[in-house]
Design a binder for this molecule. Structure first.
Ligand code: ADP
Length: 185
């Protein structure tokens, strides 16, 4: 019927907030993980600390099974969110920033695959950190531009369960960059 069709095609809301991603009450929080999936610093460390050992246990199971070689850069995989308010953690691996090679397609892929995996779970709300913008060295302004462009492109690929994408930035500077990018038409 026409009303449900209108719902299917309602545009996904995009927003940027300053905060701690582990505190977000959304269906999915995305983790800027590394290929090992066995934990790291930054947002990864914060997610495992706040979510408890269940998340790492499921990561270890993935490594023992389908992801024996680790999670490839640019890909994404879901686990439980343990005791976090979110329902799932979607782990993705962004590229390490490099001056001499263009790794933007891999970072775009990390955002796109995170949305695809989340949509596959039927998630309606997703929170993203600034993937690769910490230890992996991505320049802040390009990080914001690329994240917003990649998420918009992934959502434009077709209707999905996703109603809200929230970028959760840890600093005022990053928050301002993402908010500015989102305010562009
Ligand atoms: P990467 O290795 O992909 O660069 P990092 O975790 O080092 O990942 O950093 C990614 C971004 O996440 C950085 O901008 C960092 O400041 C931010 N960050 C760190 N902890 C949190 C958190 N708890 N919530 C949201 N963002 C965070």
């Amino acid at each position: 019927d026409p009303s449900s069709r209108a719902e299917d095609t309602a545009p996904t809301r995009l927003e940027a907030v300053r905060g701690d991603i582990t505190r977000q009450s959304v269906d999915v929080i995305v983790n800027a993980a590394n290929s090992s999936l066995l934990g790291g610093g930054g947002v990864d460390g914060a997610i495992h600390r706040a979510g408890g050992p269940e998340i790492l246990a499921e990561c270890r199971e993935l490594r023992a099974g389908a992801l024996r070689e680790g999670l490839p850069t640019g890909d994404a995989v879901a686990t439980t969110a343990g005791r976090l308010p979110a329902r799932w953690v979607v782990h993705t691996v962004g590229p390490v920033y490099a001056v001499r090679t263009d790794r933007r397609p891999l970072l775009e892929s990390a955002y796109r695959r995170s949305i695809e995996v989340s949509a596959g779970l039927g998630a309606r709300s997703i929170a993203f950190p600034a993937v690769s913008a910490g230890v992996y060295g991505w320049p802040p302004d390009d990080s914001a531009r690329l994240a917003v462009t990649a998420v918009r492109a992934a959502l434009a690929a077709g209707p999905s369960s996703v109603e809200l994408v929230r970028f959760v930035l840890f600093s005022d500077e990053m928050h301002e960059l993402f908010a500015a990018e989102l305010s562009r038409p």
